[in-house]
Design a protein around this ligand. Structure first.
Ligand code: COA
Length: 174
């Protein structure tokens, strides 16, 4: 199945394009970077451009589907959500997400992750999972609200240091 752009009640799930690099760069900040494993800091415009170029390659190779989230009515940049179906060469269903500071607390992450889970179901993935820094309670609470269940605690790299992270997963095959 060829994955396409789609929408939910309030969100447009768009494939990131080169012209989105500035909006991406202007909206990502330390509150996002510190919670994303291995993310570069300081985050430069070139990082945004590389992210967009890599997203296109990964999408064309059916490895990972990155979506730039926009408000359906205002076209405002809301954040990013992704489904990685091939982590380190293995079939997978890893969900990733972040929401801009200005748009948090409005249910956008819940709606965005719901959209990504729907995509995973349409691709017939048996399960999806996500990792979060153990001390990232907004994210951990979100995963619990999605109905995902704790699977393991392990070490991840955040802020260039080893830190505890938790994995939550959701079985889609039932
Ligand atoms: C985590 C994050 C994506 C939540 O986005 P959001 O749009 O504000 O979340 P929502 O409004 O959809 O909230 C959904 C649920 O998440 C949890 N949550 C969200 N913000 C929270 C906060 N500040 N404190 C505690 N729980 C929170 C709650 O369970 C909430 O449900 P509720 O409103 O019924 O209590 C956002 O804070 C973010 O992007 N943070 C920085 C980057 C990041 O951590 N990305 C995830 C990496 S694993």
């Amino acid at each position: 199945m060829k994955v396409k752009e789609f929408s939910s009640e309030r969100i447009l799930f768009c494939f990131p394009k080169p012209e989105d690099a500035n909006a991406f760069y202007e909206n990502i900040d330390w509150s996002v970077i510190k919670n994303i494993s291995g993310a570069p800091w300081p985050f430069m415009l070139d990082h945004a451009k590389s992210f967009i170029a890599d997203a296109e390659k990964d999408r064309n190779n059916n490895i990972c589907y990155e979506f730039l989230l926009k408000d359906k009515t205002t076209n405002q940049f809301i954040g990013i959500a992704s489904l990685n179906v091939n982590v380190s060469g293995e079939p997978s269903g890893q969900i990733g997400y972040w929401i801009t500071k200005a748009c948090r607390g409005k249910g956008y992450a819940f709606e965005a992750v719901s959209g990504i889970i729907k995509l995973a179901k349409s691709l017939k993935l048996p399960k999806v999972w996500a990792s979060a820094r153990s001390d990232n309670s907004p994210s951990v609470n979100l995963l619990k609200k999605m109905g995902m269940v704790f699977s393991e605690e392990r070490i991840g790299i955040y802020e260039s240091k080893e830190m505890s992270e938790v994995i939550y997963e959701l079985n889609l095959s039932e």
